[in-house]
Design a protein around this ligand. Structure first.
Ligand code: GRF
Length: 202
């Protein structure tokens, strides 16, 4: 079960997947790491570990859709069973992702449908939420939308800052994302139209 992981920055979720795959707890092979930032830490981490990388610069393309088409065209060489967006900081062209419907997931640091977009930890604190969390969802045409597969929640403490929340949540993300990929790789989770099915049940 081959994965291609897309990342734009630090790449800690990519590394969580890589480590689980390497130690055999996750039955997948990471075929490649794709990025829109050739100089980012995720690309460096993949290279150090001998994982193929494809990193294109958006500024080398005439427009957004052209970049997305070029990046997704590179997927064919790896024929992944699943594409995992893990800290990939671009909104993808709906026409480019349409053929991947049901085979592309994203991790987002909020309890969706709350707080799509950026700055989620600060927004959860500003709203006085008792719980914050992360979601893994199938990617749809809208930003941070598409059927949610699973979430990890944590209680917000009175003295939490956006930074402390982000740090605690990241540890949860590193468990949540491999757990969801595991369910998909084992064929237990699938997308049926707009609903997520577990063991064939909506
Ligand atoms: C994570 O918080 C993820 O939920 C969000 O971007 C961050 C990526 O972190 N989409 P990393 O690059 O995986 O360390």
């Amino acid at each position: 079960f081959g994965l291609v992981v897309f990342a734009s920055g630090r790449g800690s979720n990519f590394l969580a997947l890589h480590e689980a795959a390497r130690d055999g707890t996750l039955p997948v092979r990471i075929a490649a790491l794709f990025s829109d930032r050739p100089g980012c830490a995720a690309v460096a981490a993949a290279r150090e570990r001998g994982i193929p990388t494809v990193a294109l610069r958006p500024r080398d393309f005439a427009d957004r859709a052209g970049f997305d088409r070029a990046l997704f065209a590179e997927l064919d060489a790896f024929s992944p069973a699943l594409v995992v967006l893990a800290g990939f900081l671009r909104i993808l062209d709906p026409a480019v992702i349409a053929p991947w419907a049901g085979r592309i997931i994203n991790i987002h640091p909020s309890l969706l449908p709350k707080y799509p977009g950026l700055d989620t930890h600060r927004r959860a604190l500003a709203s006085g939420d008792a719980f914050h969390g992360a979601s893994v969802h199938y990617v749809g045409a809208e930003l941070d939308a598409g059927p949610v597969i699973a979430q990890a929640a944590l209680a917000v403490a009175p003295d939490d800052s956006p930074e402390s929340l982000a740090t605690r949540l990241l540890a949860e993300e590193h468990r949540l994302l491999p757990a969801v990929v595991d369910l998909i790789a084992r064929g237990r989770i699938a997308l049926d139209g707009a609903s997520v099915c577990l063991d064939g049940q909506p």
